[in-house]
Write a protein that binds this ligand. Structure first.
Ligand code: IVH
Length: 676
């Protein structure tokens, strides 16, 4: 190739790679397979190897990182990077808007705000000259930050070169570099598998990955950026509002958070706060609140700043999800399957919006991994609706008398032996239904929504009934009387009546629900359904061998073993018998249309069949939904005639009814069965 052609191809490759990178990392909408992208990148790399003078700072090859630095240089931001004031309550949000209305001396009732998630990563400023990324910097003290240009270039959602029109001659763009939750989990899993140190949270992981003197490490971590503000802008104008300015940034190729909205007034802000809080767990990125910004840019200018924070914006923070407290003791809770879960008893602490006194420690492996001891200061985490957990220990605060946590040898509830099977993380009480704790949990499970769905019989009420000794196993539920119920605390006549009606109504569960409600180990809702569909009756499931069970889709040797073991236990059979005795009647599933391909057909068999007996043929046809009749009539669909067929054959011929031989009969059975 001539130098001119090489130059042209290099430019082409730049364009193609930028375009596909933007589709993939900013728009989340790839056009070509990864392999195709890699091919283009390799082509560019080999050109640059041969002609190093063609390497430019905006080349897509610059995303892989470079030789480690000795230290980061300091850089001054052209426009200072600000921080935000905080609000922690609705009242503070209302006061914020009022302050602004007063200051602006506005007559109107409310202001328009852009509302955004408050991303939990680290703030970064990007500098573009003539559309090319020339510098990336951390926030630092707001005036001066660290030069992390090489690191920033490795982040695929940051454009190395801007696209679109009216590109400013100089532009500072601010945003948050963060690590998506899934990437954080994957990174920590890898670290755990390699026995390396894990990151505490996605923000620390993002900071640790970005502030790396070796930018090749940054390149290996999956970081992303959402932009939310501009600093200096020269040679172009921004539109009138912040929301439109964000759209402009998007058009230039920046990635903007899709959950940004425009709302009216403090009420609109508060509503957004609630919406995002609901969605928080399902978001792909970590947040610690939301940010409200006056939308009108001229009003922002008019309001200005006070002590490094804009007057026109505020962060409405979620209650902290992590707090420190003391671990007073550890107790072991026994679950439905006998699993012993270590539960931390804590000095009360306000976390995630509620006061927490208990938190899970998961299992002994986790306790060892985190090195938790009684008396330790621990970090308690409560995210959304999930059960609070002890996330980690604060090692510096350990006192000399912190004591080790040991698994008891006997069940704390029934005293049976505790066993831990090799390779399993959990230890279990071997008491089975002898153990009151397991029985109590079994009853809760039986009544739960996906099981018999007994309206009004929640966990609390089961606890109460059990503790008052009104029930001790599931079938006792059906012996409860109005008198007994009415005498319970917090239970009126009406609710007692309702509960008895709900119990009555629960007596005809589908077979699938009934099986699920028994709480066989490893048999969840789906497996229960598959078992019911396959065997169609409780007796057949109870009698099935491990081999029979494994014929069911998704049932492997482990589940099969649990099912067989369950039905081997006399106390389980006793529970089932007492349920049936109490009038519970599981409803066997009927065959569906699909399973009865010969429904509506009437056949007549005549003559002697060679390959199977007449009654076998009859049974097989009937299993597929057909009727098998003894005499030929106009309603007969077809006649299957074996050897020495007599009058039925001639009658069929007279009536013009199709006649087939035995091979054709077998073929019909084979083809129809296959549809099942
Ligand atoms: S705007 C002039 N918007 O919060 C406004 N900041 O507490 C400056 N942050 O340093 C910031 N999400 O790291 C803004 N949607 C968002 C944000 C956000 C997260 C961070 C940012 C800033 C800190 C201030």
């Amino acid at each position: 190739m001539t130098p001119k052609k090489i130059n042209k191809r290099t430019q082409e490759l730049h364009q193609l790679l930028h375009y596909h990178n933007h589709n993939y990392y900013v728009l989340d909408d790839p056009e070509i397979p990864d392999s195709e992208y890699d091919k283009l990148l390799r082509e560019l790399q080999s050109i640059e190897e041969e002609y190093p003078e063609l390497v430019s700072p905006d080349s897509p090859t610059q995303r892989v990182g470079a030789k480690p630095l000795d230290e980061f240089q300091q850089v001054k931001h052209l426009v200072p990077m600000l921080s935000l004031g905080n609000a922690f309550s609705e009242d503070e949000v209302i006061a914020f808007e009022k302050r602004l209305l007063d200051r602006l001396d506005f007559e109107q009732e409310s202001l328009e705000f852009t509302v955004e998630p408050k991303l939990d990563g680290l703030a970064v400023s990007l500098l573009y000259e003539n559309g090319v990324l020339i510098q990336g910097a951390t926030r630092g003290d707001g005036e001066t930050g660290e030069n992390i240009t090489i690191n920033v270039r490795t982040i695929k959602s940051i454009p190395l070169k801007l696209t679109g029109e009216n590109i400013p001659t100089r532009l500072e763009v601010r945003g948050e570099v963060y690590m998506p939750k899934a990437s954080f989990e994957a990174l920590n899993k890898k670290a755990r598998d390699a026995d390396e140190k894990t990151f505490v949270n996605p923000r620390n992981a993002a900071a640790g990955s970005l502030r790396q003197l070796d930018s090749r490490v940054t390149a290996s971590r999956n970081l992303a950026m959402y932009c939310y503000a501009t600093g200096l802008i020269e040679g172009a104008e921004l539109p009138d509002t912040h929301s439109e300015a964000m759209q402009q940034l998007k058009d230039w190729g920046f990635r903007i958070c899709p959950d940004i909205k425009v709302v009216q007034g403090a009420q609109g802000c508060i509503q957004y706060y609630n919406e995002i809080q609901e969605k928080r767990e399902s978001l792909a990125y970590e947040i610690d609140g939301v940010v409200y910004k006056i939308n009108q840019l001229d009003l922002q200018k008019q309001l200005g700043f006070v002590s490094r924070a804009p007057r026109w914006a505020i962060a409405h923070k979620f209650p902290a999800q992590e707090e420190m407290t003391r671990l007073k003791a550890v107790e072991f809770q026994v679950g439905r399957t006998g699993a012993l879960t270590p539960v931390a008893r804590l000095e009360p602490v306000f976390v995630g919006g509620v006061t927490v006194t208990n938190a899970t420690l998961h299992n002994m492996d986790e306790i060892r991994r985190k090195d938790v001891r009684i008396g330790d200061m621990v970090i308690v985490r409560r995210a959304g609706d999930v059960i609070p957990e002890v996330a980690r220990v604060v090692p510096d605060k350990r006192s000399d008398d912190a004591s080790e946590i040991v698994m008891p040898e006997n069940c704390p509830v029934c005293g049976s032996n505790v066993e831990q099977i090799e390779g399993e993380a959990v230890a279990r009480c071997t008491g089975g239904l002898f153990c009151p704790a397991q029985r109590k949990q079994a009853i809760k499970h039986f009544a739960s929504r996906k099981a018999l769905d007994i309206d009004g019989l929640g966990d609390k009420l089961v606890e109460q009934l059990f503790d008052e000794q009104l029930i001790s196993r599931v079938s006792d539920l059906y012996q409860l009387t109005t008198d007994q119920l009415e005498n319970l605390e917090r239970m009126g006549e009406k609710s007692a009546q309702n509960l008895l009606e709900a119990l009555e109504a629960s007596k005809k569960p589908t077979l699938a629900r009934f099986i699920y409600s028994l709480g066989v180990r490893e048999v969840g809702e789906t497996t229960a359904k598959l078992l019911a569909q396959h065997f169609r009756s409780l007796e057949k499931i109870a009698k099935a061998s491990e081999d029979d069970l494994q014929e069911v889709d998704e049932v492997g040797p482990i589940v099969a073993k649990h099912v067989v073991n369950f039905f081997k236990e006399a106390h389980n059979i006793a529970v089932i018998e007492s349920l049936l005795g109490a009038g519970v009647e599981p409803q066997n599933p009927e065959k569906t249309q699909e399973e009865l391909p010969l429904e509506g057909k009437t056949y007549v068999l005549t003559g002697s069949l060679q390959q199977l007996k007449r009654n076998e043929a009859k049974a097989q046809l009937e299993a597929l939904g057909a009727k098998v009749s003894g005499s030929v009539s106009k309603k007969t669909t077809a006649v299957f005639a074996g050897e020495k067929a007599g009058s039925k054959l001639s009658k069929a011929e007279n009536l013009g009814i199709p006649v087939f031989d035995e091979d054709e009969l077998l073929e019909l059975i084979r083809v129809s069965s296959r549809k099942n």
